[in-house]
Design a protein. Sequence first.
Length: 201
Amino acid sequence: MDKQKKTLLVLVILLVIAALGLFGAKKLADKKEKADAIDSAEESIQVYKTKAEDVKKVSYYNNGTQITLTKTEDTWKDADETVLDSDKVNTLLSYLTTIKASDVIEDTEDIEQYGFSSPTNEVTVSTAAGETTFTIGMQNSITDKYYLMVNYDESKVYVTDSSMLTACGYSIEDLTGGNNRIKKGLIALFYHYHVSFCFES
């Protein structure tokens, strides 16, 4: 009898542990679902959307230098006609073709408070439908979000994340996959040996 009681007690304990485990797993799943819903809601305002294949030209600033990328047929080139890696350009475009905001501030009286007089960056995306310019203002030190103005329209200021600045982080060297740097190195090496040979002759 005592053995049966012990066995029954063990089964009850195991059932309690299993029930607690299921409850904990459900609670964790509910918490994750709620967090995902909040994240989705935070970026629910559609600011801009286009297809990557429709983009014909992009310009932005990288370390103070304006970079302009232009697509001719299916080939992307920079201002110096350097052919770029299309896969890398498409990765850059993924940060610019869908732009969402967590909030929008309308009819603001003091546009300068958002840092647009000395913008963090300015991005222009051109398609067959037209040209759209995004002015990225200052970063909010509390939320880490950035203020965004579209086509210099001061009536609306969007609050968005740093995705656009990720795109602006691409240098020409990044977009050529290092091939441009290698090419310049080979040209410099050829020039060095060519000059040396001429002097020795």
